[in-house]
Write a protein that binds this ligand. Structure first.
Ligand code: ACM
Length: 747
C-alpha cells in the first residue's frame, strides 16, 4: 500500500499550480461531494466482495464488471462486512440520502464500503466505484490502487435519458444492450426507444402482423430492401436487461403523425385512400391517422395493449410531434367530427386525439409523454409529461399548467447534430432547469435526455456521434449546478477517453476538428492556409484538388501555400482514422482579389464572409451556408462597387450565389454588371436572369458570369436583385428573403 502512495506524493509535490487542478478522481458525472483521504485501497485477487444474500444479484454484477475491468475474479462472501481487504455492499433502509438513487462510498486503505437505502442507489454507487479503479494497462503486479475518499452522492434530476431512434436505421438487439450498459456506466436511468415512424415500424404486434411484415421494411434507392424489427421475445429480454441495470425502457409509439409505415401496413387507418409505401425519404410525411374512424382508435388501443404488456414503464411516449394537418382540413369525416365535438380547429382535433389515447393509457395505469406539440389546441389531460424539444417554452408552459416536463431542447441535446454544429462545451453549458419557475413548478421538471435521431447515423456511426458529448449530458442531468465546471469536466474527460477506448467505444470529436486562417499575398498572388487542431490527440491531414483519404493526403505540419485556383481540403485524424467533417476551401485567383468593396446596403452581421473584403478574398463558399464564407443580405439587394485600385483590362465579370429555400435563401431575380473608369459613370455590360427554380428543395450554388469585349476599367459594380419576400407557397410566405453571395470576380 505504501508503495502505491509514494509515487502519488512525489507527483503531487512536483506538480505546478495548474496541474493541481487536475482531479484525482475522474468520475463522470461529477459526484455531489468528495472528501479526499490519504492512502489508497489495494484491490487485488485476494480482495473479496462482501454482500448479503438479499442483494446477491448486485454482488454478482460487481464481480462480472471487475472481471471485465480488472481481469480479477473475486470471491463473493455473503457475510456482514467486517475485516479488511474487502468491498462491502450495504443496503441500509435507514440510510439518509437524497432520494432513491443516493449512495455513499467510503474508500480507506482497509476496505471499500458502499452504502445506500435502495438497490438502485447501490447500483449507481457501483458505477462510481468502477470508474475509480485504474485500467489494467496502468497497473503493476495486479494491484489496483483506489484513492481513499468519501463520496456522498445523489442525482440532481430523476430523469436522465437517451432517446435512440432505431427506426431510421435499425440497431441490433446486441447493440441496444451495449448502449444500456454504456448508459448505466454514466448513471443514466431511462432508455427512450423510438420504435415507430414514417420510415419503419420496429415492434412486433401479434394482433397486427403486417405492421412488421410490411411496415418494418422499405425499398431503398439502390434497390435494397432495408429494415428489421424487434420480436416481443427480444423486447422482453432487453427490458429485463435494462431493469437489472436500473434503467427504465420507455417505448415511443408515434401518433397521430409520423405513421407512414403503419399506414403502409393498414391503409384503412388513414384519412386518404392508400396504398402507402414505407417512407424512403427523411423528413415528415403528410399521411396521418384518421381520428374520425372509430376503427383507428380500436387499432391503436389494441397496439398499445400489447405495448403496455411488454413495457412495465409508468410512462409511454406517444410522439405527437410534427403533425401535418392538411389531410384533416380536407377530410369530410374529420370536419364532421370537429363540428360534433365542438372543436374549433385541427389543433383542437389533435388534442381530442391525444386526450383519447391518454385516457386509454390511464385506464391501464399509465401516463403519456408527448413532444411539445401536444400542447397545441386544448393540450393534453392533466398529468401528461411534455418533452420540450423546440426550445424550453413547452417545458415552462407544461409546468405552469401543473403538468410535467422533460427538457430536451434540440439545440443542446440532439447529439445527432454534428459536433461542428453542437460542440461539447455547448452541450455542457445546458442547464435543464428552465429559469423563472416556482419551487413547486421546479419539482415537475423531471429531467433531461439526449436524442440520437438516426437519419444520418446507421449503427456503425452512432458511437462517434454520441461520444464524448453524451458524457456532458450525463453531467447536465446528474450533477448539481454549483458542482459543474467545464474545465474540470474536460480534464476528467481526458481520462475517460481511455475508459471509452477500453469499452470499445469509437468516440468522435468534441467540436469542429480545426480552426483555420487564410492570408493572401497580393504581390506574390499567393494564398497561405494555416490550421490549428482544436483538441489533443488529433493530427490534421490535407489534400489539394484531390479526394482526401488517409493514404491520399499530407500530414499538416506548417502553413500551406496555394498560388492557383484550387480546392484545399483538410480533415482531422483521430485514432488512425479520419474524423469529423472536412474543411473545404476553394481558392480562386482573379483580377478583383484584394480590391476595395463599397456596399450600398450592408450585409447581415450574422453572415459576413469575414468582413468588408469577404467578397474579393478569393475564397469560395461551400454548400453549408453557415460556413462563414457567405455574405447574407436580408430582404435587400446586393449592390457592390469594386475598386481594383488601378485600370485593368476586363472581359469577364462574375458573382457567386447560393439558394437554400428551407433557410429562406433564394437566388437573385437577376444580376446586372457594370464597369466604370472613374467610379462615377457606370456602363452596363449585361444582365443575367436567374434560371434556377425557386421550388428546387436542394441547396444550390450558381455563378452568374458575363463575358464582354475587353475594356480598360478601374471599377466594376454588381447589382443582384433580391426577390424581396418568400413566395406564397413557401412555409415562410411573406417573410424577408435572403441573398447569399460569396465572391465577386473579374478577369
Ligand atoms: C422531433 O425532433 N421531431 C421530436
Amino acid at each position: 500500500m505504501k508503495r502505491l502512495l509514494i509515487p502519488l506524493i512525489v507527483s503531487l509535490f512536483s506538480m505546478n499550480a495548474s496541474v493541481f487542478a487536475h482531479p484525482l478522481i475522474d468520475v463522470i458525472p461529477e459526484p455531489n461531494s468528495i472528501v479526499y483521504g490519504t492512502g489508497s485501497f489495494s484491490l487485488s485477487r485476494s480482495t473479496s466482495i462482501c454482500c448479503p444474500n438479499k442483494i446477491g444479484k448486485l454482488g454478482k454484477y460487481l464481480k462480472g464488471q471487475l472481471v471485465f475491468f480488472t481481469h480479477l475474479n473475486l470471491r463473493i462472501r455473503h457475510a456482514r462486512a467486517i475485516g479488511s481487504n474487502l468491498i462491502a455492499l450495504r443496503l441500509d433502509r435507514d440510510f439518509k440520502g437524497h432520494g432513491p438513487e443516493a449512495y455513499s462510498l467510503d474508500v480507506s486503505s482497509e476496505r471499500v464500503v458502499l452504502t445506500a437505502g435502495t438497490e438502485e442507489g447501490l447500483f449507481r454507487g457501483l458505477q462510481t466505484l468502477l470508474q475509480l479503479i485504474p485500467l489494467p494497462e496502468s497497473v503493476v503486479n495486479g494491484i489496483f490502487g483506489i484513492p481513499s475518499c468519501k463520496i456522498v452522492d445523489y442525482p440532481r434530476f430523476a430523469w436522465r435519458g437517451l432517446n435512440l431512434d432505431c427506426v431510421r436505421h435499425f440497431m441490433t438487439p446486441a447493440f441496444v444492450k451495449r448502449y444500456i450498459d454504456l448508459l448505466a456506466y454514466y448513471k443514466f436511468n431511462v432508455f427512450h426507444w423510438h420504435l415507430t415512424d414514417d420510415q419503419g415500424w420496429r415492434i412486433q404486434i401479434k394482433k397486427y402482423p403486417k405492421l412488421t411484415s410490411i411496415g418494418a421494411w422499405r425499398n431503398e434507392g439502390n434497390g435494397e430492401r432495408y429494415g428489421g424489427y424487434y420480436t416481443q421475445k427480444e423486447i422482453k429480454d432487453i427490458v429485463a436487461y435494462a431493469a437489472s441495470r436500473f434503467i427504465t425502457v420507455v417505448p415511443e409509439i408515434e401518433m397521430p403523425g409520423h405513421c407512414q409505415a403503419s399506414l403502409a401496413a393498414y391503409p384503412e387507418n388513414a384519412c386518404v385512400p392508400g396504398p402507402f409505401q414505407v417512407g424512403t425519404q427523411w423528413g415528415v410525411y403528410q399521411n396521418i391517422y384518421d381520428p374520425a374512424k372509430k376503427s383507428t382508435f380500436t387499432f391503436l388501443e389494441n397496439v398499445l395493449s400489447e405495448v403496455v404488456k411488454l413495457f412495465p414503464s409508468h410512462y409511454i411516449h406517444i410522439g405527437g410531434d410534427e403533425v401535418p394537418k392538411n389531410e384533416w382540413e380536407q377530410n369530410a369525416g374529420c370536419q364532421k367530427l370537429m363540428k360534433e365535438k365542438g372543436l374549433k380547429n385541427t389543433d383542437e382535433l389533435q388534442s381530442y386525439f391525444i386526450r383519447k389515447i391518454q385516457k386509454f393509457l390511464e385506464s391501464k395505469g399509465r401516463q403519456i409523454i408527448g413532444w411539445n406539440e401536444i400542447l397545441e389546441g386544448k393540450g393534453p389531460r392533466p398529468g401528461a409529461v411534455v418533452e420540450s424539444w423546440q426550445g424550453i417554452d413547452g417545458a415552462i408552459k407544461a409546468v405552469r399548467k401543473g403538468d410535467y416536463t422533460i427538457v430536451s431542447p434540440g439545440e443542446y441535446t440532439y447529439l445527432s447534430r454534428d459536433a461542428d454544429d453542437l460542440s461539447l462545451d455547448s452541450v455542457y453549458s445546458f442547464d435543464p432547469m428552465p429559469p423563472g419557475l416556482t419551487p413547486s413548478q421546479q419539482k415537475r421538471v423531471l429531467g433531461t435526455e439526449a436524442s440520437m435521431w438516426s437519419e444520418h447515423a446507421p449503427q456503425r456511426k452512432v458511437d462517434s456521434k454520441m461520444f464524448p458529448r453524451l458524457l456532458a449530458i450525463a453531467e447536465d442531468a446528474w450533477t448539481s449546478q454549483q458542482n459543474k465546471n467545464y474545465e474540470n469536466f474536460h480534464l476528467r474527460l481526458q481520462d475517460q477517453y481511455d475508459r471509452l477506448a477500453y469499452l470499445g467505444v469509437d468516440y468522435g470529436l468534441e467540436q469542429r476538428g480545426m480552426t483555420y486562417k487564410t492570408e493572401f499575398d497580393k504581390g506574390k498572388k499567393m494564398f497561405t492556409v494555416s490550421l490549428k487542431p482544436t483538441q489533443a490527440g488529433i493530427i490534421l491531414r490535407y489534400a489539394i484538388d484531390d479526394t482526401l483519404t488517409m493514404s491520399n493526403s499530407h500530414r499538416y505540419e506548417k502553413p500551406v501555400s496555394i498560388d492557383t485556383t484550387a480546392t484545399f481540403i483538410a480533415q482531422a485524424e483521430m485514432k488512425g482514422k479520419l474524423a469529423g467533417n472536412p474543411l473545404v476551401l476553394s481558392f480562386m485567383i482573379d483580377k478583383a482579389l484584394g480590391s476595395r468593396v463599397n456596399l450600398a446596403n450592408p450585409y447581415s452581421p450574422e453572415y459576413t464572409a469575414g468582413g468588408p473584403q469577404g467578397l474579393v478574398d478569393g475564397i469560395r463558399g461551400t454548400l453549408n451556408f453557415k460556413d462563414g464564407l457567405w455574405q447574407g443580405f436580408k430582404g435587400t439587394d446586393l449592390d457592390a462597387t469594386v475598386d481594383m485600385g488601378k485600370k485593368r483590362k476586363l472581359s469577364e465579370l462574375g458573382a457567386g450565389f447560393l439558394q437554400s429555400t428551407s433557410s429562406y435563401i433564394f437566388m437573385p431575380e437577376f444580376v446586372q454588371f457594370f464597369v466604370s473608369k472613374d467610379g462615377k459613370n457606370f456602363e452596363s455590360v449585361g444582365i443575367l436572369k436567374n434560371d434556377i427554380s425557386e421550388r428546387d428543395p436542394a441547396t444550390v450554388e450558381k455563378d452568374f458570369v458575363i463575358n464582354f469585349r475587353p475594356k480598360d476599367v478601374r471599377y466594376f459594380k454588381v447589382v443582384a436583385k433580391n426577390i424581396g419576400a418568400c413566395p406564397p407557397w413557401h412555409p415562410g410566405a411573406g417573410a424577408k428573403a435572403w441573398i447569399f453571395t460569396d465572391e465577386l470576380f473579374a478577369n
